[in-house]
Design a protein around this ligand. Structure first.
Ligand code: COA
Length: 405
């Protein structure tokens, strides 16, 4: 098993040992010691994504993300995740065409009308969750859960999510949504639909890299939520809605927004060190740091740090990045907790003028490819995911009639 090899140099933790012993002794899973938050519990095999938390390595379908960042693009990564291999030139062109076609990118007019009915204060994640759920009602393959139909729906969802995110941004600002431009890559088109202006080459490249880096991450919380939904033989739209709901929380995708709020609170790079030392002394949870799997710096952080710096220089301000660099230095040294993917992504997006509360929807725009790949894999070898809970409540209580309570 790949995970056994990957972790072979790591001695099993005490709960792991107890669990393995309990299982070897023929005890039921329910009798084995429980691990809060399913830490280190392997729930399924997967061929989509591999993380080595000790070496800080992230691999999609056998390819290191560092290589994909250097040589690939998001459209190719989508093919890789969905089909399990790199495309040839013809396949790549066809894949990019499907993802860029107006037919697949545009939103049904009735859906735009529906978005207009939402209160302006609706957060972008709420609008996205609502929009994806509604998209299912308009999808021609909605009732078909075959592999081919799920693949078509997955491609459409990947093409539609940027349009949905950008449309809500325009609508809440009282502006008309910008129609997608089929000549632009998925990344460039998103920036274009948000602002109405074609992005600089650096902005388009940065966005593309951010999409590659967020596309999948093994059995993270939102992907697990998506797989649990898919395992009931529910459809890909429902699984993606589950994923969006899980991603929204500040312990998962919502962390990038919180990081930027922290940088805005600190404001001045000269005050960053004192601020973060006080936060550590106050035992604050510092967003953008720590990870359930990585014990070293998240391999995605270095790419986003570099791009945030380049974009900051282009935009004429690197203050946010300087603040985050200081915070990273102090937290890493004092707490031995290292930056994760969410620390630097926001600084890059902020330099492009993207509002803070759109950072997590951008994460979803990329992760939809991972969620969908996991739905395809789950449906390909399905068994209902139904764990047990260890009951710690009362038992055999005698019912007390209302009048006697
Ligand atoms: N800031 C401060 N302390 C942190 C921390 C952080 N960001 N992340 C972990 N820790 C500390 C905890 O306080 C805890 O210390 P303790 O054992 O002395 O109580 C220890 O590290 C383990 O933390 P725990 O919350 O049990 O780890 P976890 O595996 O359940 O959590 C995260 C993982 C990602 C939820 C956690 O690191 C976190 O909350 N990070 C901030 C949110 C974030 O950036 N999320 C995006 C993840 S990509």
């Amino acid at each position: 098993m790949w995970y056994k090899e990957a972790f072979s140099d790591r001695p099993p933790s005490t709960p792991e040992k107890e669990y393995q012993e309990a299982m070897t002794n023929g005890a039921s899973a329910a009798a084995a010691p429980m691990k809060a938050g399913l830490e280190d519990v392997v729930v399924s095999t997967t061929e989509i994504c591999f993380i080595d938390g000790h070496k800080g390595r992230l691999v999609y379908r056998g390819y290191d993300v560092d290589d994909l960042v250097a040589h690939s693009n998001f459209e190719e990564v989508v093919f890789l995740l969905f089909h399990g291999r790199l495309p040839n030139r013809k396949e790549l062109e066809a894949n990019a065409k499907t993802l860029s076609s107006t037919a697949n990118r545009k939103l049904p007019p009735k859906l735009i009308a529906m978005l207009r009915q939402l209160p302006r204060k609706t957060t972008p994640m709420e609008a996205l969750r609502t929009g994806v759920s509604a998209l299912s009602a308009f999808d021609p393959d909605a009732a078909d859960n075959s592999h081919e139909a799920t693949l078509r729906k997955s491609m459409r969802l990947t093409a539609q999510l940027p349009t949905l995110v950008a449309a809500w941004e325009r609508i809440r600002r009282g502006k008309a949504p910008v129609a997608p431009n089929p000549k632009l890559s998925l990344a460039a088109n998103f920036v274009y639909m948000m602002s109405g202006k074609k992005p600089t080459e650096l902005a388009a490249k940065t966005f593309d890299v951010a999409l590659i880096l967020h596309a999948d991450h093994e059995f993270n919380a939102s992907t697990f939520a998506a797989r649990v939904t898919a395992a009931t033989l529910s459809d890909v739209h429902s699984a993606v809605v589950s994923g969006i709901g899980a991603l929204k929380g500040p312990l998962h995708g919502g962390a990038n927004e919180q990081v930027m709020l922290m940088a805005q609170k600190i404001k001045d790079p000269a005050k960053a060190e004192a601020w973060i030392r006080k936060a550590i002394a106050d035992k604050m949870r510092i967003m953008g740091f720590g990870h359930r799997v990585y014990r070293v710096e998240d391999p995605r952080a270095k790419h986003l740090r570099r791009l945030a710096l380049e974009l900051g220089k282009q935009a004429g301000s690197t203050a946010n990045l300087e603040i985050l660099e200081t915070v990273a230095r102090v937290v890493s040294t004092e707490k031995h907790i290292f930056p994760n993917v969410d620390l630097f992504s926001g600084a890059a997006y902020a330099s492009m003028g993207i509002p803070t509360d759109q950072f997590t929807p951008i994460f979803a725009m990329s992760r939809v490819a991972g969620w969908a790949a996991h739905v395809l894999e789950q449906h390909g070898n399905n068994r209902l995911i139904r764990p047990r809970g260890e009951y710690t409540g009362a038992i055999d209580l005698k019912y007390v009639p209302l009048a006697n309570r």
